[in-house]
Design a protein around this ligand. Structure first.
Ligand SMILES: C[S@@+](CC[C@H](N)C(=O)[O-])C[C@H]1O[C@@H](n2cnc3c(N)ncnc32)[C@H](O)[C@@H]1O
Length: 230
């Protein structure tokens, strides 16, 4: 019988076999010392990892990282931390970061939930970005959606005072789910919500998955939630 130690957790991702190009593989090896963080035990010392203390913006599931690199480039005063499980995307992101000579970006290849739980200290983040999380459209898979009450609580605990949680999706049913989960959160208040056709992203560049959704005729929903003091 499964017990709490042997039961597999419900993950918000499946590891896609996705082809890794030779240059992505090389980037993962050669650029790892510049951009990679492998957490040890306990919380990461973010100031030490980035070589400076600065507000830290976390992006969960950055895909190929193009929008993460643009955000880091346009806000050199902040530290940007990206977490992604899809290794070809991490390699792609490192290549783009190197090409743009970015120095305020670090990447972790692991389940973001485990990293938040065990390796990000409470109140250490300024902002969390969750752009186009896997929609898990089938009803029986809705439990895999990363936006759940426990996840929202975890995000709140890792954000500092007045920290913000930014979410975007192109799935109408996930948008309803996100509204429902966040409406039930006593810690977040919705400061801005936009529904658009890709022409008005909220405080972020367009992403690869967003453009794909646009080609399929999907609407886009963007939110900015702020942590409030209870
Ligand atoms: C639909 S894609 C969106 C990628 C990107 N944000 C964009 O908009 O182009 C969702 C991404 O989240 C990643 N992901 C899902 N769950 C994750 C988790 N728990 N930890 C880290 N990455 C995760 C997946 O590997 C995938 O690359």
């Amino acid at each position: 019988m499964a017990n709490s130690e042997t039961r597999r957790p419900i993950r918000s991702f499946v590891r896609r076999a996705g082809r890794m190009t030779a240059s992505q593989q090389r980037a993962l090896e050669e650029l790892w010392p510049d951009y990679g963080i492998k957490p040890g035990t306990g919380p990461i010392d973010l100031a030490l990892a980035f070589g400076r203390a600065a507000p830290c913006v976390l992006e969960i599931g950055f895909g190929n990282g193009d929008s993460l690199v643009q955000l880091a480039q346009h806000d050199p005063a902040s530290n940007f931390l990206g977490i992604e499980v899809h290794e070809p995307g991490v390699g792609h992101c490192m290549i783009a970061a190197r090409a743009a000579a970015i120095t305020n970006l670090k990447l972790i290849v692991h389940d973001a939930i485990e990293i938040l739980e065990s390796h990000i200290a409470p109140a250490s983040l300024h902002r969390i970005n969750l752009y186009f999380p896997d929609p898990w459209p089938k009803k029986r898979h809705h439990k895999r959606r990363i936006v759940q009450p426990e996840f929202v609580e975890l995000c709140a605990s890792r954000l500092g005072r007045n920290g913000t949680l930014h979410i975007a999706t192109d799935w109408a049913n996930y948008a309803e789910h996100i509204d429902g989960v966040l409406a039930g959160s006593p810690v977040f208040i919705c400061r801005e919500k936009r529904e658009h056709d890709g022409e008005a992203p909220l405080d972020r560049p367009a992403t690869k998955f967003e453009r794909r959704g646009g080609r399929l005729g999907h609407r886009i929903w963007d939110w900015r939630f702020q942590k409030i003091d209870l």
